[in-house]
Design a protein around this ligand. Structure first.
Ligand code: CA
Length: 222
């Protein structure tokens, strides 16, 4: 899961980045609303954490642009303002959730989990493909109730493929989702990761098909 953090308080940015990276998220951060909009045009993110008081354009303005461009990814607003009007404004502009500073990092993580679950997995926290089960809340992948140990990259890749199982996930999307903005994974690095992952999940009645020229597709083996 690739998260864009738009926040101008560097202490808070560092704290959030550390906590979320430890939980297996990929983080990109910026203190500029304008730069955030540029990033959102070219990079695939799964979620945006957006501060309202930014040095250039207001977070609410960022949100308006985002929704105007029909970019529908989930937005969690962070703000020092706790006035009811701001909250209502944010929700009206299409924010998915709201957290007032100061907040606990555990609370932030819980909100992120809930948003991802709501936006990508319906209300079901578990998605099953073949014998593999992804828990979207704990980010654990199990087979027959046994936890599968994977590297962070394999885990990110498999989670992405399970969340979109039955659909083709293109290489660009994989590269964007597994790296921070401005970085990229070479095609052969993706192929190596897919090759390793195929071997790891082979016993569990799932296969990763290569769709030539497009990307990869995970499905249950019949
Ligand atoms: Ca601020």
């Amino acid at each position: 899961m690739n998260i864009l953090l738009v926040e101008d308080d560097s202490v808070l940015t560092n704290g959030i980045t550390q906590a979320l990276q430890q939980s297996g998220y990929t983080l990109t951060s910026t203190d500029s609303g304008r730069y955030a909009l540029q990033l959102l045009e070219v990079t695939g993110f799964d979620l945006v954490i957006l501060d309202l008081g930014l040095p250039d354009i207001d977070g609410m303005e960022v949100l308006r642009h985002l929704r105007h461009k029909k970019i529908a990814l989930p937005v969690l607003i962070l703000t020092a303002r706790d006035a009811l009007n701001d909250r209502i404004d944010g929700i009206k502009q299409g924010a998915d959730d709201y957290l007032t500073k100061p907040f606990d990092l555990g609370e932030l993580e819980a909100r992120i989990h809930a948003l991802i679950r709501r936006c990508y997995a319906g209300f079901n926290t578990q998605i099953q493909v073949g014998q593999l089960t992804l828990d979207t809340q704990s980010h654990e992948i199990t087979a027959n109730k046994q936890l599968i140990n994977l590297s962070a990259r394999e885990m990110g890749l498999l989670e992405m493929l399970i969340l979109q199982s039955g659909k083709v996930v293109c290489k660009d999307h994989i590269s964007q989702r597994l790296t921070a903005a401005g970085e990229a994974l070479a095609d052969n690095a993706i192929e190596v990761a897919i090759h390793r992952l195929r071997k790891r999940i082979e016993p569990y009645q799932v296969i990763i098909r290569t769709v030539r020229g497009l990307g990869y597709l995970l499905e249950a083996q019949s």
